[in-house]
Design a protein around this ligand. Sequence first.
Ligand code: ATP
Length: 368
Amino acid sequence: MAEIRIDHVWKTFGKVVAVKDVTLTVEDREFVILLGPSGCGKTTLLRCISGLEQVDRGTIFIGGRNVTNLPPRRRGIAMVFQSYAVFPHMTVFDNIAFGLRMKKLPKPEIERRVRDAAALMHIEELLDRYPAQLSGGQRQRVAVARAIAVQSEVLLMDEPLSNLDALLRLEMRAELKRLFTELETTVVYVTHDQVEAMSMGDRIAVMRDGEILQFDTPVRVYDYPADRFIGGFIGNPPMNFLMAEVTDGRVLVHGTAVEVPAPVRSRLQAGPVLVGIRAENIELSPEQDEGAIPARVLVVEPLGSHNLVTASVEADMVKVTTPADMRLRPDQAVWLRFVPEKVRWFDAESGRALPVDYEAVEAAGHVG
Ligand code: ATP
């Protein structure tokens, strides 16, 4: 059992609050991603878990053991860093064996574990080579193999793919995902790449300014962002946000009334409200459509399977996906209809999600 429980942890550097009252439980064998923009405190939180950083306040438990004041080597963890230092003067075999020799394991056990880790990472045939004779991706695999050979129950990884080119990242992403399923290790993985987070993690903890804003499955973070920042950070293109006005029980987006599902209505107060909608949840029509929002095409980007259209609704820009065969030209007048149960509702001032019961919205269908 290697559940990680982080309880009200704080870490400051002088005046900078790098980790601010974080409480988070990573289940045994779960793959959790810490995601957020540069400087949000991801690495610091990971270093607190590893013991490389002492927390100011709060407690950290690994496998039920309070490790808050233990040094890294007594926490039962293995780590892979962004700058995956492999020792240049050692062969791949010796690099992978390094941690095991430090632990003074018997020779046959070291041999077995090195070969197993190398097999998992598909680098068995490279064991006699030196790092200088490897590609960047192969070196990266050696670093991961070294960490998994230790067979700790917890693996901490800090942007392990950031030094690779795009194609290799794609390949390694899938490989690591397969690997963690096989190894049954608890993994905490830091990245600022939202695609990596979406595609790899069981759950994502989205961080900003030292705090965890949302901790949920990738699909839920994508579909139900807890605030505007998350909707704008996750997904490509980001979620569209438009300011709307609630008057007399109607919601007007730039003067056009949009359909509002019944469970949402009770949550809306007169005044401004922020409306969020993903590109794929907007229906675009080149024909005038009563009740749809008039817009104008700015740019059409053909992406093969579909087109990505940027349209202007007065001063707002809206991204819409359209079928690949729909012909549109810049400056053309179009009409946009938001799929009512896919609209997300946010407080106009704070940008926080309104407490709407979206399950009830889905169940109710789009009754206007
Ligand atoms: P990145 O993706 O750029 O690595 P991050 O989310 O991992 O960013 P951290 O490295 O955890 O962010 O840094 C969080 C904040 O703490 C930043 O403002 C950073 O400048 C500060 N910080 C981190 N380590 C130290 C340190 N040793 N001394 C002083 N300030 C630090």
